[in-house]
Design a protein around this ligand. Structure first.
Ligand SMILES: Nc1ncnc2c1ncn2[C@@H]1O[C@H](COP(=O)(O)OP(=O)(O)O)[C@@H](O)[C@H]1O
Ligand SMILES: [Mg+2]
Length: 482
């Protein structure tokens, strides 16, 4: 069941406040009651002493005089003085006339008298049977050395006081406490409503804002001024939205790159395939009868298939590198020997020998390097091939290596046409070429430098290019030294 924080907080506050109010109300009214009763008892005890003093004064004037005197001391209906002898017989009672006293029952079993006979003072509270009013009784054991016969056996002086006034006062106090309690509860209710509103308002706002995120609006931001935990919550939600938004943009970009790549691949595949098809069709349509033409067409068809095969090989390489399927086997090997071998391979392929490839290094410097030899061979072959293919025949190529701190710096440099600056940042992208037609004609796939870049990245290295139109191009990278 859905419960609002606001309601929960209010209920908790009210429960807490009511229990505090109830406990405080009960204890305070009880302590007021017991304070007042103690005070009354104190006063009555003093009054008993006063009565005893009066007894001594009036004893000699006869029982009637004493009776009148005591009656004049009390407010009838509220107070009552009773003199009781040691047997429990009432000698004087301000509520009764002397001749009626014989009707009163013996008082020896009254609780306050029992207590007074052992503890000197005894109190009791009860409803009087004769007047039906609640009374507080206090009795004191007294000894009076009097010669008067009616006072000879006097043992107890008892004063009682009607509690109805006190009770009505107490109930007055209780109503006041109740009234204040209700007022306090009302105040707590309003306050707790306000506090829980203040707490739940930003939460409600966050929920609304999160709904925006759910709808996919990740550029939306939660605006909260509070610096507390709820503020922190809003901040992290905002950061999360930012992250999701960035991720979505990156995914979009990747998917665009992917479909762009797919479009490029199809386009690259189609050209040689269609050409081959066209040459073969021409042959079938009759060109095969003419030996001089047929051979030429077959060679052209073969060249296109070679291009297709080169393209597929490069594509396989790229996809294996990108899917991290390509396993590299790292070894230490001698760099000078490695590069000499690479140059020999190039010269075998480059039979016309129009382009000179030269290895340049310090005679004394003969380092071992750490890497995957066959993949690094691919790097060198690609770079040198590019220098040969994209430049005039007389271009000369220099392969250099030199110390660069802990590493070896390898450079492949030509003095060819150069590449204008605007192309340099995109040179290592897949299928990026300065001149697409020239690249295709020379048998390039447009993937060479992308493969080079990936292989070197797998060696924790980075390929750099410097070039100047009309002066030449220099590619360089570093390898870890053994
Ligand atoms: N040494 C170089 N001199 C001039 N241009 C170069 C050189 N190396 C690379 N390029 C340019 O960079 C482009 C990308 O090279 P690459 O990725 O190897 O593709 P491809 O060689 O198949 O065209 C080439 O098409 C070419 O325009
Ligand atoms: Mg190339």
């Amino acid at each position: 069941m859905f419960r609002k924080i606001e309601t929960k907080l209010t209920v908790v506050y009210i429960l807490f406040a009511s229990s505090v109010v109830i406990v405080l109300g009960i204890t305070s009214s009880l302590s007021i009651e017991s304070y007042l009763k103690a005070k009354i008892k104190g006063e009555l005890t003093r009054e008993i002493d006063f009565v005893v003093f009066a007894l001594k004064e009036y004893a000699g004037k006869g029982i009637e005089n004493l009776d009148n005197e005591l009656k004049s001391l009390v407010i009838k209906g509220e107070q009552r003085i009773t003199l009781i002898d040691k047997t429990g017989k009432v000698i004087i009672d301000t509520d009764f006339e002397l001749p009626q006293l014989y009707k009163l029952e013996n008082h020896i079993t009254r609780p306050e008298i029992i207590k007074a006979s052992t503890h000197k003072i005894g109190t009791d509270e009860r409803t009087s049977q004769s007047t039906n009013v609640e009374y507080l009784y206090i009795a004191k054991k007294v000894e009076i050395s009097s010669d008067e016969p009616y006072l000879k056996d006097l043992s107890f002086v008892r004063i009682s006081i009607a509690l109805n006034k006190l009770n009505s006062m107490l109930s007055d106090v209780r109503t006041k406490i109740l009234f204040i309690g209700i007022l306090v509860l009302l105040l707590v209710f309003v306050l707790s409503k306000w506090i829980s509103y203040r707490i739940s308002k930003p939460i409600k706002k966050i929920v609304e804002d999160l709904e925006e995120f759910r709808k996919g609006n990740f550029d939306h931001r939660i605006q909260l001024k509070s610096k507390d935990e709820i503020g922190l919550l809003a901040d992290s939600a905002n950061l999360l939205a930012q992250k999701v938004s960035d991720d979505i943009k990156e995914l979009d970009r990747l998917s665009k790159v992917r479909s762009q790549f797919l479009a490029n691949v199809s386009h690259e595949l189609r050209t040689p395939l269609f050409s081959t098809q066209a040459f073969l069709e021409t042959l079938i349509d009759g060109a095969i009868e003419d030996p001089s033409v047929s051979r030429q067409y077959l060679i052209k068809a073969k060249l296109n298939l070679d291009r297709l095969s080169a393209l597929l090989n490069d594509l396989i390489d790229i996809s294996r590198i990108e899917s991290k399927e390509m396993k590299l086997s790292f070894r230490y090997f001698n760099l000078k020997e490695f590069l000499s071998q690479e140059i020999e391979k190039i010269q075998v392929l480059n039979k016309q020998q129009k382009t000179a490839v030269e290895l340049i290094s310090d005679q004394m410097y003969d380092p071992q390097v750490y890497g995957d030899r066959s993949r690094l061979s691919q790097v060198i072959q690609n770079l040198v091939e590019n220098a040969i293919r994209h430049n005039p025949d007389e271009t000369s190529i220099k392969i250099k290596f030199e110390r660069a701190n802990e590493n070896v710096m390898i450079t492949v440099e030509d003095n060819g046409l150069g590449i204008s600056e605007e192309h340099l940042p995109r040179l290592f992208e897949r299928f990026y070429r300065v001149d697409t037609d020239i690249s295709r004609e020379s048998g390039g796939t447009g993937l060479g430098l992308a493969i080079v870049k990936h292989i070197l990245e797998a060696h924790n290295s980075k390929i750099e290019v410097e070039s100047k139109l009309g002066e030449g191009t220099r590619f360089s990278f570093q390898l870890q030294m053994g």
